[in-house]
Ligand binder design. Structure first.
Ligand code: KG4
Ligand code: ZN
Length: 343
């Protein structure tokens, strides 16, 4: 390959309720456009049918904007990368169909991307005028989102081993469901984070699950929280209102404690020096502090993503596509999206 050749990747993300497009050139971010879908707020969660319709409406303007903001011409795009899975099938179909059409019409290679790998590889996105520090292989990545909670041993860009994962709910789900229990709208994670800042994390204690090895479980905590609130409200109908910040601080503290304890075990067992967090819950200020604190104490290198790369975005898809392009890993027009897709 010509060393001076510019490799320009258009990334498309549509696995859940964010429609996003991004341009990455030689590993450097040129644009990252995200259209959120407010339509789900009224329902307390993502409604798959509404998500696919909104993707259909958003995809063309979002791609158009990403190309304009990157200040490139469509003809400069070397490859198109799209999220193949895991995710909501109807949502994935919009992004994958668009990518296939774009590849065919513009005669450029098509690249499939695993959404979970993309969350991890977001740590390799470079930006102009930034330090661009990257984790060294092998490193551990705690991937925590609305759908996943995993400890991943990352041996290379495309050689990842899940060494621990949730056996039921994901950490993001625990945040969102506990938030719902105290009347906060969806998604409750960011609201818990905000209110927790004003509360006492030790005000209420909740028991930790006893799960083997590096695995997690959050469904017991969710239920314990629900029963705790139900009993307290019976005694005092204003209990939630009077204790909202303490409740948020305590539940956040518990979830982070559970996450960190298993991560510490994994660090001890693997002996890795670089630790990273990724996924929507990695936006949580308590988790970000906890990871940095652990790294400072144990003399490890912590990699904490910028907020814009924590929740779903196409820049992470484009950087993954870029590294696949370098390896010449392309797919044909017969590719189909997958609701479930191992890392
Ligand atoms: O990665 P993501 O955007 O989508 C999935 O692939 O699931 O993650 C969304 C999840 C939601 O559960 C949301 O509540 C949670 O990430 N989240 C947070 C915060 N920001 C987003 N949870 C706790 N604290 C936050 N600041
Ligand atoms: Zn995600």
């Amino acid at each position: 390959m010509n060393k001076n050749k510019k490799i320009t990747i258009l990334g498309i993300e549509s696995s859940c309720d964010d429609t996003s497009a991004s341009i990455i050139q030689n590993g450097y971010l040129l644009s990252n456009v995200i259209a959120n879908q407010d339509v789900h707020k009224a329902y307390g969660g993502v409604v798959p049918e509404l998500a696919s319709r909104a993707h259909q409406q958003n995809i063309i303007p979002v791609v158009d904007r990403a190309i304009k903001l990157a200040n490139i011409n469509k003809s400069e795009i070397s490859g198109i990368a799209f999220t193949r899975g895991p995710g909501l099938l109807g949502s994935l179909l919009v992004g994958s169909s668009f990518a296939k059409g774009f590849s065919l019409v513009n005669n450029i290679p098509l690249i499939e991307v695993n959404h979970l790998q993309a969350h991890v590889l977001a740590h390799f996105i470079k930006e102009d005028k930034k330090e661009n520090k990257e984790p060294e292989f092998p490193f551990l990545c705690l991937l925590v989102s609305g759908g996943h909670s995993q400890i991943i041993l990352v041996k290379d860009y495309f050689d990842m081993e899940i060494i621990g994962q949730t056996i039921d709910d994901a950490a993001g789900e625990a945040f969102d469901k506990c938030a719902k229990t105290i009347g906060l709208p969806y998604p409750g994670g960011p609201l818990i984070d905000k209110l927790a800042k004003e509360g006492n994390p030790k005000a209420f204690t909740f028991t930790r699950p006893k799960i083997k090895e590096f695995n997690y479980s959050f469904s017991g905590l969710k239920t314990a929280f629900l029963y705790f609130i139900r009993d307290k409200v019976k005694e005092d109908s204003n209990f939630i209102e009077n204790n909202k910040t303490d409740l948020c601080a305590s539940i956040q503290y518990t979830i982070i404690d559970i996450l960190m304890n298993k991560l510490k075990l994994a660090i001890k067992q693997t002996g890795v020096k670089d630790i990273a967090i990724a996924g929507g819950v990695s936006a949580n200020s308590g988790l970000r502090n906890a990871i940095q604190e652990l790294a400072d104490i144990e003399k490890l290198n912590a990699f904490i993503p910028e907020f814009k790369y924590t929740t779903d975005n196409a820049a992470m898809v484009a950087i993954t596509g870029y590294h696949k392009y370098l390896k010449g890993e392309f797919v044909g027009q017969d590719i189909t999206p997958l609701a479930r897709m191992p890392i």
